[in-house]
Design a protein around this ligand. Sequence first.
Ligand code: MEV
Length: 330
Amino acid sequence: MIKVSAPGKLMLFGEHAVVHGRPCIVTAIDARMRVFLKKRGDNKIITNVPDLNLKNYIISIEDLDKPYAKEIKFVLTAIKNFFEKYQIKSGLPPLPKFWCGGLEIETKSEFPMRFGLGSSSAVTVATIRGLSKIFGIKMKNKELFDLSYKTILDIQGVGSGFDLAAAIYGGTLYFVTGGKVIKKIEIRNIPVIVGYTGIKADTATLVKMVNRKLKENPEKINKIFDEIEKIVNQAKIEIENQNWKKVGELMNLNQDLLRKLGVSSKELENLIEASLNSGAYGAKLSGAGGGDCMIAIAQKENLNNVKRAIEKAGGQIIDLKTSAQGVILE
Ligand code: MEV
């Protein structure tokens, strides 16, 4: 039995603009997705996802091309792409280069998948890393990134891949679309507060909405992206300097631009306003918007005040640590 784990993520700066060639800053969080893998003697893939009540979901290796249950599509698409890339086949002799009977896979998440904290990216990365161990294939981090990115694009059609980079490399990263730049930012723990709105957002729908706006009004939207890029570059320096007051101010500026993109929501605004009114240095949505989570930065002495204010405004505080370790075999 092989056991792999990969961290979830928290977007700090630059969402949406990063889909369009700009940088963002993402941090890996200390909540992990675990994947357990075992080879089987027959040609079946048996999957279990207890967190989503999926028990003993069985398909044959030959059926990897067919549609599967949505709870398991990232794992099975990852297997399909891995088998295709490394020409792993199941069948009768003469045996192909790699012989695969079947697989047994179980996934377990330390964080509820509805929070939008990167469960899909973490499970994709952990599955491919586990397969590379099972089949004795060495994969460099960038190869792992590229195959995971293909998997996400096959399923969602859109995305920058920032969440995969967090799952693979860990830490806090300066990241440019598709992994063109992946740079570690030297910082241990960022004093960030995370509030969940209670509303599940659909990333692909929001990304497509911004794409439409960009098509309709490229000059205006590109200008917003350019301004976000400047904020991200400044935020990288201020995070390295641990100047949290400045980081907070930059969050507020980033949030103004996200409002202009039309991706904020009433629920996010309520939590953001509550944090600012209780003395946070800054606050913004984190991720695609439309719901999911918001983040705030505050002085150490004020952290509990801000948390209480977010809860009073209807948010759920998610306690987590940033800059966690990337994917590992456990
Ligand atoms: C979603 O968490 C962040 C977006 O920038 C999409 C992406 O980068 O893939 C909106």
